[in-house]
Design a protein around this ligand. Structure first.
Ligand code: PMP
Length: 295
């Protein structure tokens, strides 16, 4: 029984395998050029066992990225791989990472930029994750870096695109902050390195909208739960808000304590919405169970 084994199992090209023995060749195209697409998904322990939150929506976003790159993608197979991997590892509260990528040429390395002759691969790995403690608050700073513009690189979870987020994260951390906020040339807020942005002013919840931002599934969920309006927001408006929070599959809904020198005080609206989200993902809100895929 794989569940009782200590070995972490992952899904690789059609079957479960021991994670510690799987390897990719050093000439893997995705390693050199970032030619892959991934997802970040969560499962939670519910009364009915482990359940994946909004799995079809995550896989649909992955399909879009795969289509753009020319990678084959089978959502039914990806669903099966996700369920099998969670079951095999006995994971309930977990982070799920599917990845699809270009490998090598048929007979060896192929470093050209035409991906059509390359091998294609698909994996799913799951990592047991303790329940996110949204007690910690995040110190945010405006990044000197611009977000990848959608006209150059569409806001999908393409591997190479994340170098942009990593540069911004490194720079923010080097100045003692937790997280970077991307703002565009006109002063409109885009998103954070791995999360979307919301603000609360006079009790009104607003989701930041921007064409260069990843269309977040947590963002969509929180709009549905709060009735938030979605619109473009300037950096100035954000500084003027009563509460700011960021959201993503991993971050859930995380309050912002400071944005550069602006300090935010108590955050009752964020707290309440984060608590509602926590109940929804655990299947404790009856009207929202359609978002869960029970494993
Ligand atoms: N923006 C970026 C750049 C991200 O990487 C993520 C995490 N996937 C998000 C926003 C939030 O998206 P989601 O709520 O779908 O996880």
């Amino acid at each position: 029984d794989a569940r009782r084994s200590d070995t972490l199992l992952l899904w690789f090209d059609g079957e479960l395998a021991a994670a510690d023995v799987m390897q990719a060749p050093l000439s893997t195209h995705a390693l050199h050029y970032g030619t892959g697409v991934f997802e970040g998904i969560r499962s939670y322990a519910t009364r009915e066992g482990a359940a994946v939150f909004r799995l079809p929506e995550h896989l649909e976003r992955m399909r879009k990225g795969a289509e753009l790159l020319g990678l084959r993608f089978d959502a039914a197979l990806a669903t099966e791989a996700t369920v099998q991997t969670l079951r095999a590892n006995g994971h309930r509260d977990a982070y799920i990472r599917p990845l699809s990528w270009f490998g090598t040429g048929a007979t060896g390395p192929s470093f050209g930029l035409d991906v059509s002759p390359l091998t294609q691969h698909f994996m799913v790995t799951t990592v047991a994750q303790r329940v996110h403690l949204s007690g910690e608050r995040t110190r945010l700073t405006v990044s000197p870096w611009r977000r990848n513009p959608a006209t150059a690189l569409p806001p999908l979870k393409l591997c190479g695109g994340y170098v942009n987020s990593i540069l911004a994260k490194r720079e923010a951390r080097s100045r003692g902050f937790d997280e970077a906020l991307f703002v565009d040339e006109e002063g409109f807020v885009v998103e954070c390195t791995g999360a979307n942005v919301f603000m609360v002013r006079n009790g009104q919840v607003t989701a930041v909208e921007h064409r260069d931002a990843l269309p977040g599934i947590t963002r969509d969920t929180l709009i549905a739960l709060s009735g938030a309006q979605s619109r473009q927001v300037t950096h100035h408006e954000l500084l003027d808000a009563d509460e700011v929070f960021v959201c993503g599959t991993a971050a859930e809904a995380a309050p912002i304590s400071t944005l550069d020198r602006r300090e935010f005080g108590d955050n009752p609206v964020t707290r309440e919405l984060a608590a509602l989200y926590a109940r929804v993902v655990r299947g404790e809100e009856p009207g929202r169970s359609a978002w869960l895929t029970v494993v």
